[in-house]
Design a binder for this molecule. Structure first.
Ligand code: ADP
Length: 571
């Protein structure tokens, strides 16, 4: 039943009961007052008249006023005949009074007295009967009013307890249902009476629970399907891949990675990579490189399936934007190992090829240079102007060729790891002098003024002087080539605490900051560079300096010039 109907019925019944109670009370009160009134008017008055008549009875024969009083009271009594027999007795009294009036003697008085007593008796009996009736009425009134009152109270109490309880029970059931849903029990259903106000609530609740259930089942299967799909993708990637969360636990790993790490899937998933790496050198290196990205990352050499393979590790941070947030945050990393064995093999073939060719070229170039020197000898014969210029051009180009083959050879030395350093204690000025001498002709050709900045006191270096002198020569040669004619070039050294710096500064075209990193890459040349070159000089120079645990860097601004700085730590 609807709460509204229950309330209407309850209050309606209560109202009717109260009305009934009120009517009963009015009815009985009325009846009782009527009875009392009846006794008073019907009988008490008669008794009063009789008493008055009795008082004056004895004096009637002697007193006119007594007779008068008797007559008045008798008349009143005649008008107040209410009981059965009372009329006959009153008539009898009237008759005997008339008799007395004609004959005033004691026997007649006696007759009158008897009649009066008889009337009084009748009224007394009637009073006693009527009070008995009134008592009965009062008793009934108390009974019915009590019954109505008790029913009223019981009904009110029933309404008072049952009604809130029935609402409370429903609300409790509803709260319980909501709690179950909150605890992910989407099978919970409510069964309220459909006609009640809560019927609609329970229908909506059940619909919501069903939808949530459907949603959970569908999302779960979707998630599982998507997970499997992603796992299949990860496994189908032919290169090793490892996914880690922020706690460095392995979330996924493909078969390739398991293979090269020599691990089993069941032993790694959800396990700490740091812990696993205690027993796995390769994983240890990967984790170390992941946590300290500033470390130089050499390719990994791995023996797997009886062959040597090379892998380049790539560490990709994974960042997501959570629902409701605007900033992405890290959820882990992916380690991708790129198999570079093929490139390595090709690179090694290329290095061998370059090395062989450079070697092979060196002898004929030297022979050409030798022949040119002979040609320039006046004893063989005088060259005319045109021939001299041709011979100079052949000489310049042969020198360039020799330089390039020299650079290529040095490169192959670095690449094959055959770079051998023969360090000795050297003063920086010796290296500077060597570089100046080696580029004197070139500087003269371009009219460059080379200035030297050298402090009085500077630490000596423990370096392979030939290699460092070659680097300085290369830097100075670049400074001359990339400056305008007749420019200033400064070469120098200085010491700041434990660091000895050697630098070559020019005021030439400068280098766009975009290329400050790339100029140290193999074969890289700033786009639009017209000066001829191989793009190897700076790259080899950097390798030479780093082989000495030093550093080579550039400070340059377009249009203002460049400064290349070599730094060595000295004790
Ligand atoms: P190469 O000079 O043979 O091209 P390098 O490795 O010595 O090769 O230099 C790489 C590139 O860096 C050059 O091609 C040139 O564009 C730029 N570069 C090097 N030194 C200077 C310099 N002093 N001023 C301007 N550009 C320079």
């Amino acid at each position: 039943m609807r709460i509204k109907t229950k309330l209407t019925y309850g209050i309606g019944i209560l109202f009717t009961m109260i009305l009934l109670l009120g009517m009963l009370s009015i009815y009985y009160t009325n009846k009782l007052s009527q009875d009392a009134q009846n006794i008073f008017t019907d009988n008490n008055n008669s008794l009063n008249y009789c008493r008055n008549m009795l008082i004056v009875l004895e004096d009637m024969s002697t007193s006119e006023s007594a007779l008068q009083a008797f007559t008045t009271n008798l008349k009143s009594q005649q008008k107040n005949v209410t009981e059965t027999n009372e009329k006959e007795i009153t008539d009898k009294l009237t008759f005997h009074f008339e008799e007395f009036k004609s004959k005033m003697n004691e026997p007649n008085i006696q007759k009158i007295r008897t009649d009066i007593y008889s009337i009084m008796n009748t009224n007394m009996n009637s009073i006693s009967y009527k009070s008995e009736l009134t008592k009965q009425t009062a008793h009934n009134a108390i009974l019915w009013i009590s019954i109505a009152f008790t029913i009223c109270i019981l009904f009110t109490l029933g309404l008072l307890f049952r009604f809130p309880q029935s609402i409370l029970k429903t609300i409790k059931e509803l709260t319980g249902g909501i709690m179950e849903i909150a605890n992910h029990n989407y099978d919970k259903r409510l069964h309220f009476e459909p006609t009640s106000e809560f019927g609609e609530v329970s229908a909506s609740f059940n619909k919501m629970a069903e939808r949530l259930n459907e949603y959970r089942v569908s999302t779960l299967s979707d998630i599982i399907a998507n997970k499997k799909y992603i796992e299949a993708i990860v496994n189908s990637i032919t290169e090793p891949i490892i996914g880690l969360n922020n706690e460095k636990e392995i979330l996924f790993i493909n078969n390739e990675a398991l293979n090269i790490l020599n691990l089993k899937r069941e032993n790694v998933i959800k396990k700490s990579a740091a812990e696993l790496s205690l027993k796995n050198d390769l994983l240890r290196r990967l984790v170390r490189e992941l946590v300290s990205p500033e470390e130089k990352k050499e390719p990994l050499k791995i023996y797997a399936d009886d062959k040597e393979s090379f892998f380049q590790a790539k560490y990709i941070p994974i960042r997501v934007i959570e629902t409701g947030e605007t900033e992405p945050h890290s959820i882990g990393d992916v380690i991708l190992l790129k198999n570079i064995t093929e490139f390595k093999e090709l690179d090694s073939a290329k290095t061998t090829f370059i090395s062989t060719i450079s070697h092979e070229l060196k002898t004929p170039i030297s022979a050409i240079m030798m022949s040119l020197q002979l040609l320039e000898d006046k004893r063989i014969g005088q060259l005319n102007e045109e021939q001299e210029s041709l011979s100079q051009s052949i000489k310049d180009n042969s020198e360039r060729l020799l330089n390039i083959t020299g650079e290529l050879l040095k490169l192959t030395q670095v690449e094959t790891g055959k770079l051998q350093l023969m360090p000795k204690i050297t003063k920086p000025i010796e290296l500077i002098d060597y570089a100046i001498k080696a580029t004197r002709m070139l500087a003269e050709k371009f009219g460059c003024h080379i200035e030297v900045e050298y402090p009085e006191k500077i630490a000596k270096l423990f370096v392979d002087s030939e290699k460092i002198a070659w680097v300085l020569t290369n830097l100075l040669s670049n400074a001359i080539h990339y400056s305008k004619e007749n420019s200033r070039i400064i070469i120098g050294a200085r010491q700041i605490d434990n660091v000895v710096e050697m630098f070559v500064q020019d005021f030439g075209k400068g280098i766009d900051p975009r290329y400050h990193q790339s100029i140290f890459d193999r074969y890289f040349r700033v786009p639009g560079t017209k000066v001829q070159g191989s793009g190897l000089g700076l790259s080899i120079s950097k390798d030479f300096i780093e082989a000495h645990d030093g550093s080579l860097s550039v400070e340059s601004e377009v249009g203002k010039g460049s400064k290349f700085i070599i730094r060595f730590n000295v004790r």
